[in-house]
Unconditional design. Structure first.
Length: 141
């Protein structure tokens, strides 16, 4: 089995938020099936992020994907993702990108792009530009 081009890791303080975001992407973009892993919440069920969980999520995806895009909800989620990238084996880190895109808009852009087989750079670009439509719509109001 050849690897899917790009998988997505969702880093969130809340497991419920990450699972709902994934569900939203899958329901809105039904024509594709993109591998998504979550690294969300703490082991005890509380709010928070864990760099080790991010590493594990990336490692699971790199077993079946050529590249991995990491989306984080905010603040320390971004710091956990950055720490995880530093903890990864260098060969895996080269195949992983952290996106600055907004969590939901970025996920939807990335999910659609990954679903049609775009490479990691194109998926990251799509995620990063995903908020532009919203910005334009609000600016036109």
């Amino acid at each position: 089995m050849s690897p899917v081009s790009v998988g997505i890791v969702l880093v969130s303080h809340s497991r419920a938020l990450a699972e709902a975001a994934e569900d939203l992407a899958r329901r809105l973009i039904v024509a594709v099936d993109v591998p998504v892993e979550t690294a969300a919440g703490l082991a005890d069920g509380g709010l928070g992020t864990d760099p080790g969980a991010v590493v594990e999520a990336v490692e699971r995806l790199t077993e079946r994907c050529e590249g991995v895009l990491v989306l984080a909800d905010l603040g320390s989620g971004i710091m956990s993702a950055e720490m995880a990238l530093e903890m990864l084996d260098p060969a895996l880190a080269e195949r992983t990108r952290l996106s600055a895109a907004p969590f939901i808009e970025g996920l939807l852009g990335a999910y659609g792009a990954a679903g049609i087989g775009k490479d990691l750079q194109a998926v990251a670009t799509e995620a990063d530009g995903a908020a532009e439509a919203k910005r334009s719509q609000v600016a036109a109001f």
